[in-house]
Design a protein around this ligand. Structure first.
Ligand code: NCD
Length: 292
């Protein structure tokens, strides 16, 4: 694996390898890397979890993390993504971890760039490292993917998390369903009522409304959305025994999930964050190992 750009590029074997390595890291195993690699995190969109989690993972696998502040970079002077990454490569960076608002920004890096590119989210496209930590979380819970009913709820069409997970989970044998307002279904076939999905879901994966990606703002009041599509305390009571709640976060409490459910017994929301460090260590090891 030279880069990690989209879940669509990963084979089932590569996905399972990353899950296995994440589990090994969680047990305390050390990374199998022969030298210190230099990495830089280029975040052109806001991030709390993903950026910090990558930084922690980079340090834990023994990387040297070279500071890069996207908000003060020459991108503001019109430098292209290609020129920015090529510059870092010439300085000696082995891998860049990039988040940007343009879908598939990485296409301009496919030729002429030698350093590894890890996509930390491209617009409404893909978010493969989030997907791999979600897969690791589900695997830890159930030990398999085959036949699980996984319901992704919310702003499907604007969510890179939904797209990455839908692709990977379907290939791993899960039964992926969607619940959302009709206008957010995009090309996906979706249910529009909790009644169709609530009681037989093994995983309910909630999504934040991606206001920043809406061309026209949707006329949902906060309470209106919660009533219709949010996970309320009453709905949680009707979930299947052993079923779990996931959310990539950031959460908007009392919008997509009731405040009191955020840390309830079924919730894996903060475990996902913890698992993210191990999943990202696995991603970094897998990619860096292939470099001299
Ligand atoms: C997500 C993202 O940035 O796509 N967050 C994350 O990385 N954990 C989800 C979101 O912003 O809603």
């Amino acid at each position: 694996m030279k880069n990690l750009l989209s879940m669509e590029h990963l084979t089932k074997e590569e996905i399972l390898h990353i899950i296995a390595r994440a589990a090994a890291f969680e047990k305390g195993e050390a990374a199998q890397l022969n030298r210190t690699y230099n990495v830089a995190n280029l975040f052109f969109e806001p991030s709390t979890r993903t950026k910090t989690s990558f930084e922690m993972a980079e340090r834990r696998v023994g990387c040297e993390v070279i500071p890069f502040d996207a908000g003060f970079s020459s991108a503001l002077k019109g430098e292209t993504m290609y020129d920015t990454v090529k510059t870092l490569e010439m300085i000696g960076i082995d891998a860049v971890i990039i988040r940007a608002k343009e879908d598939e920004y990485y296409n301009e890096l496919l030729e002429g760039i030698e350093c590894a590119v890890i996509n930390a989210g491209d617009g409404a496209g893909q978010h493969p490292s989030q997907c791999l930590l979600d897969l690791y979380t589900i695997y830890k819970e159930f030990g398999h993917f085959e036949g699980l009913n996984i319901t992704i709820v919310g702003d499907i069409t604007h969510s890179r998390v939904a797209k990455s997970n839908a692709n990977a989970l379907t290939r791993l044998g899960a039964n992926v369903r969607f619940l959302c307002p009709a206008e957010w279904a995009g090309d996906f076939e979706a249910a529009h009522s909790w009644e169709d999905v609530l009681e037989d879901s093994d995983v309910i994966m909630l999504l934040r409304i991606q206001h920043e990606r809406h061309a026209v703002s949707k006329n949902f009041s906060k309470d209106g959305y919660h009533e219709e599509f949010g996970l309320t305390a009453a709905r949680e009571k009707r979930m299947k025994q052993g079923a779990i709640i996931m959310h990539p976060a950031p959460i908007n409490r009392d919008v997509e999930i009731a405040d009191e459910l955020v840390e309830c017994e079924r919730s894996r929301i903060f475990s996902q964050v913890r698992n993210g460090v191990f999943a990202r260590m696995a991603i970094l090891e897998t990619i860096l190992k292939e470099r001299a």
